[in-house]
Design a protein around this ligand. Structure first.
Ligand code: F6P
Length: 334
């Protein structure tokens, strides 16, 4: 093995740059040549490769976003697109690819490896933290802290005006961000897709809190939540989301006036936390180790605080379960 390529794909996550840096510097330390692919799989198909050296990744460890840029690529979802991608890699003499991204990106990595023989290693990076075979994904901790910071700020104005605030978090179909941020931020209620929500119950609790003298109510809602059988898909263009629906119910059924804050893409930005930088550094370096060991089609993750490689298939197919004990705890502590 003489070289590898690295790309970032799907929704960006704070710490992606730190992961690229780790891949680059670890690979260079092993005497490998390194190529960065710009704009994810779209860049592989277009042959958008840049040679990376140690100074290419200077000062990126603390930068949010991804300097390699990211994209979602429809062409790569087809066998023809993946064949073209493999040809482009091979035209540069590249047989090894590190994919930093979420489950959609890993499906692409798995198929590329199986169909074309390109060696692929996945590094989990998504704020949603919905990837199995790793306790945390890169970017999750930073997003969590961003949300906690937002809750503190919103609580100030909520208390001043004696209002209820429905705060919507990202997370796609998972409630990891909402649950952890709600618990750590001291929210009064937390709504997650993994647990059916009874709007009556939520409103009764908020009203009871009001009657007992609470001067605000913070309700964290994951964007993928289901309200009384109605599944919401946040539609950012149409301004549709479970948060607005719930806010209306709270205003109608309790004595609190309710407001909505959709945190949106602010959750994807910002300098990565120390935890995310460490995770990215460890996993990026481990990805290079796995390639050097002759492995492919695996994802590196953190299991019981140790770096561990798992079949990428398991990371995609296994469902990562929300910690319901944590959920119960949040209801006791709120
Ligand atoms: O997967 C990361 C994520 O930020 C989700 O939490 C969210 O649902 C989605 O991406 C938003 O995607 P886009 O940036 O394409 O609107």
């Amino acid at each position: 093995m003489s070289n590898l390529a690295v790309l970032t794909s799907g929704g960006d996550a704070p710490g992606m740059n730190a992961a690229v840096r780790a891949v680059v510097r670890k690979a260079l330390s092993e005497g490998l040549e390194v190529f960065g692919v710009q704009r994810g799989y779209a860049g592989v198909i277009d042959g958008d490769f840049i040679k990376l050296n140690s100074s290419s990744v200077s000062d990126v460890i603390g930068q949010g976003g991804t300097f390699l840029r990211s994209a979602r690529c429809d062409e790569f979802r087809t066998p023809a697109g993946r064949k073209k991608a493999a040809e482009k890699l091979r035209s540069k003499g590249i047989e090894n690819l590190v994919v930093i991204g979420g489950d959609g990106s890993f499906t692409g990595a798995k198929l590329l490896s199986e169909e074309t023989g390109i060696n692929t290693i996945g590094v989990p990076a998504t704020i949603d933290n919905d990837i199995a075979c790793t306790h945390d994904s890169i970017g999750y901790d930073t997003a969590l802290n961003t949300i906690i910071d937002a809750i503190s700020k919103i609580r100030d104005t909520a208390s001043s005006h004696e209002r209820a605030f429905v705060i919507e978090t990202m997370g796609r179909h998972a409630g990891f961000l909402a649950l952890a941020a709600g618990l750590a931020g001291g929210a009064e209620s937390i709504l997650v897709p993994e647990r059916k929500t009874d709007v009556d119950e939520v409103c009764q609790t908020i009203q009871k809190d009001y009657e007992e003298g609470k001067i605000h109510s913070i309700i964290l809602v994951a964007e993928g939540v289901e309200l009384e059988g109605q599944r919401f898909e946040t539609n950012r263009e149409m301004n549709e989301s479970p948060a607005f629906a719930l806010s209306k119910e709270i205003s109608d059924r309790t004595e609190f006036e309710a407001r909505v804050t959709i945190l949106g893409h602010i959750q994807r930005g910002g300098a990565p936390t120390g935890r995310d930088r460490l995770l990215a550094s460890r996993l990026g370096a481990a990805a290079v180790d796995r390639l050097l060991a002759g492995e492919s089609n695996v994802m590196v993750g953190l299991v019981n605080s140790q770096v561990q490689a798992s079949p990428i298939k398991d990371a995609i197919e296994q469902e990562k379960e929300l910690d319901m004990d944590l959920y119960e705890l949040s209801t006791i502590l709120s």
